[in-house]
Design a protein around this ligand. Structure first.
Ligand SMILES: C[S@@+](CC[C@H](N)C(=O)[O-])C[C@H]1O[C@@H](n2cnc3c(N)ncnc32)[C@H](O)[C@@H]1O
Length: 398
């Protein structure tokens, strides 16, 4: 019997793709559904390993299950099962343990537990708390506050979450900002290398929603004569200040302004670079558009707006999954729009008098748009600020 057409009218998955019917017309294998269930299990297994300090316990060399259990203060059987799971996921290895394929005896869980576990390279680089490109904090914070996900259906119906991250910025943003900084610092360093060094004697870099200032610090590191202005909410500005203090050669030239990027007083037509690093998608449409206009008015003629974001993909292909899941994360946890299309972003740049420029992908999955204020043009208009807004400065800009 032939399959009925999909109710939506969408094309069915091609033969052989996950979810496609078998050639004999039988239902597809349920593997994609199992993968959903396993995804939740995999995630929490890694969070447990992070919470237990399992990766740190292997940082200085392999340990068997008994040694690992002792280091973590837990039972060897239970720790062994978690460690085996992490081996199966490719995050740990079992040094010296051969598989039947490699000509050795079959390796069961008991053997792995006796021979010992070691960090696989991906864990050594990305899951150790102190590693240069550590994603350990990001694993916990990347999905947003976990308790929002079981409410997603209600949130979508209601048009916003019951509790939004921005209702209490100090509760979540500090951890998120610390978690995203290592990857964003690498992205920002690559972009700072791409942009021409500004000609003036003391270039100005303005970073709006700076978090742990990966963007401002990368530019100040690349341009030793530059100074920077980082704007961050008062509840989170201590994270920006800590990051600046931890990187004195660049951070010593960074002024931290505590306040909302919608409201603080910004220098007009003065900045060589203004960065909107992963802030627009957490804004409602009007807020994002207004923020692009404020950023544009801060640029001097010839200055460059840098927008790092995960724009809405044109088509929902498998490759678009990370960007779409990021958009859902924003919908689940904030009052923001979730994602804007590149056309939206370029349109707002043009409306603000900028010329959209190159789009960069400095690391896989990372999108950075640029736009410049034409040289010789003054700012498109006065710096937009909501009527009745107050200005909160923790540090005098001048
Ligand atoms: C996803 S983090 C991005 C941090 C950094 N720009 C990056 O690219 O890694 C968003 C940051 O924007 C800050 N933020 C949110 N709303 C803000 C506002 N109205 N004014 C200033 N900062 C804001 C948050 O506190 C948070 O640190």
């Amino acid at each position: 019997m032939s399959q009925p057409p999909p109710a939506s009218g969408a094309a069915p998955p091609p033969p052989g793709a996950p979810g496609a019917s078998a050639p004999d017309g039988q239902p597809p294998a349920p593997a994609p559904v199992w993968e959903l269930i396993h995804g939740v299990r995999r995630y929490w297994a890694v969070v447990a390993a992070l919470d237990l300090g399992l990766f740190e316990a292997l940082a200085h060399g392999p340990r068997d299950a008994a040694g690992l259990a002792e280091a973590l203060g837990a039972d060897p059987h239970r720790v062994g099962l978690l460690a085996d799971t992490l081996v199966a996921m490719g995050l740990l290895t079992t040094p010296g343990l051969t598989t039947p394929d490699e000509g050795g005896p079959a390796g069961g869980a008991g053997r792995a537990a006796e021979r010992g576990y070691a960090l696989a390279p991906v864990a050594a680089h990305y899951l150790l708390a102190g590693a240069r490109r550590s994603m350990a904090t990001l694993v916990r914070t990347g999905p947003g506050p976990h308790e929002r996900w079981p409410e997603l259906a209600d949130t979508l119906r209601r048009g916003g979450p019951r509790v939004r991250v921005e209702d209490d910025p100090g509760a979540f943003y500090p951890a998120l900002a610390r978690g995203t900084a290592p990857v964003q610092r690498a992205v920002a360093t690559a972009i700072a290398r791409e942009l021409p060094v500004p000609a003036g004697p003391e270039p100005l870099v303005v970073d709006l929603g700076a978090g742990a200032a990966p963007w401002a610090l990368a530019f100040l590191q690349a341009w030793p004569a530059a100074r920077g202005l980082a704007v961050e909410l008062p509840e989170v500005a201590h994270v920006t200040e800590e990051a600046a203090a931890a990187s004195p050669s660049a951070g010593g030239r960074l002024t931290v302004l505590a306040g909302s990027y919608h409201q603080v007083e910004l220098p007009e037509a003065a900045a060589d670079v203004v960065v909107l690093g992963h802030v627009l998608r957490a804004e409602p449409r009007a807020g994002a558009r207004q923020l692009v206009a404020r950023a544009a008015a801060t640029l001097r003629p010839g200055g460059v707006l840098v927008v790092a974001d995960y724009p809405r993909p044109d088509r929902p292909t498998p490759a678009a999954t990370p960007d779409l899941l990021m958009a859902l994360t924003i919908l689940a946890t904030t009052g923001g729009q979730g994602a804007f299309s590149v056309d939206d972003l370029h349109g707002w740049m043009r409306d603000a008098g900028l010329e959209p420029g190159a789009t960069h992908h400095p690391l896989p999955g990372q999108t950075v748009l640029t736009a410049s204020r034409p040289a010789g043009h003054a700012a498109a208009g006065p710096l937009p600020r909501p009527p009745g807004s107050t200005v909160t400065l923790s540090t005098s800009w001048e």
